[in-house]
Design a protein around this ligand. Structure first.
Ligand code: FAD
Length: 316
């Protein structure tokens, strides 16, 4: 069976959920081979094996530090040459998309970004994308070279399928040209204790309707263990950081549950959230376009509805 390279996204060795989703999807098209860069491959290997990695190709070079993608592309390229895979799957993060794009150029392959599903096809893997702000769903296939596909978080439910997952060290030569960038400083963002927006299973988002006060949105998010999102109107008003913006010029999210409070549902906002599994909106205007999209809609003032919902959840 053909091998499929899966680029492992991890935080200091802890494998992130999108990687488990990629392993699950990779099994549909071949035998997943995980590529783990940085320290901690041996500790991560059992998790990767549990989700179907038949092998873990590992490399740890000093250049594999956060934000420097080119050395990581050197390593992924080395793994590519080692395995000759049928496809390469990479998480659709900012870093993942840059890595995937550079790998596709180096290998003379085609690239599909932001897929929401990947299936086996007669002539190679077929990727599903939601395009033009979600107006169309397309299915595409790479016709030249080895498909390189980035997949959005929450596109598949991780399913275990234990495999061997033994660690094999990969010989990587980081090209001199790849060493031309260094991290000169880092500023840690204050942690909110909430999950990362693009990975969260539940997102509670606020828009202009919150009128500068995100406390009700945050309280509901905390009751649900959710991440907080914001519309661009709320971000532009300075009520919430840009890193929390959902939409065309913000982040794309695909959680199990998306709750929009005081958000009208402009097409640019929908572009970032309409692939969410279940969508709930609270809006005082029953004509708001968001109601065309929702599974459940509540017409009402968010400052009445959202705290009631939080209280109900907290009482359980
Ligand atoms: P509004 O459209 O003003 O809607 C506010 C809603 O809150 C209304 O429906 C109102 O009925 C409701 N409301 C008010 N008070 C209450 C209350 N007390 N209780 C309940 N409901 C209440 N937008 C994004 O979000 N993300 C993007 O990435 C993005 N990118 C863009 C890119 C481009 C190139 C352009 C041109 C625009 C982009 N926008 C983006 C902006 C987008 O067009 C909208 O302007 C924006 O999404 C509106 O945000 P909103 O829904 O919060 O505000």
């Amino acid at each position: 069976m053909a091998e499929v390279l899966v680029y492992v996204d991890h935080a200091d060795g802890a494998v992130r959920k999108p990687t488990l989703e990629l392993l699950t999807l990779a099994r549909r098209i071949g035998e997943p081979v995980a590529v783990f860069l940085g320290a901690g491959a041996e500790d991560a290997a059992p998790t990767l094996a549990e989700y179907g990695a038949t092998k873990v190709l590992a490399a740890d070079e000093p250049e594999f530090v956060e934000y420097l993608v080119v050395p990581k592309v050197d390593a992924l390229h080395a793994a590519f040459a080692h395995v000759s895979p049928a496809a390469v799957l990479v998480p659709s993060s900012v870093e993942g998309k840059e890595i995937a794009g550079r790998l596709a150029v180096r290998t003379g392959s085609g690239l599909i970004t932001d897929a929401v599903d990947v299936e086996a096809g007669e002539d190679g893997p077929v990727a599903t994308q939601s395009v033009f702000a979600g107006s169309y769903t397309t299915k595409s296939r790479i016709t030249k070279g080895t498909p390189v596909i980035t997949v959005k978080p929450n596109s598949a439910a991780p399913a275990a399928a234990p495999a061997a997952g033994s660690v094999e060290r990969l010989a990587v030569t980081v090209a001199e040209a790849s060493k031309g960038t260094e991290v000169v400083s880092r500023t840690a963002r204050e942690s909110t204790g909430r999950p990362e927006l693009t990975e969260a299973a539940v997102v509670v988002a606020g828009g202009r309707g919150v009128n500068g006060d995100f406390s009700a949105v945050e309280a509901l998010a905390d009751s649900l263990g959710a991440a907080v999102g914001a519309s661009r109107a709320a971000v532009d008003a300075g009520w919430y950081p840009h890193s929390n913006q959902v939409g065309q010029t913000g982040k794309s999210v695909s959680p199990q549950l998306y709750i929009a409070a005081g958000i009208s549902g402009a097409i640019q906002h929908r572009a970032g959230m309409q692939t969410s599994r279940t969508i709930v909106a609270v809006n005082k205007d029953e004509e708001a376009p968001i109601f065309d999209l929702v599974d459940y809609g509540v017409v009402g003032d968010l400052f009445d509805v959202v705290p009631q919902l939080t209280a109900e959840l907290d009482a359980r």
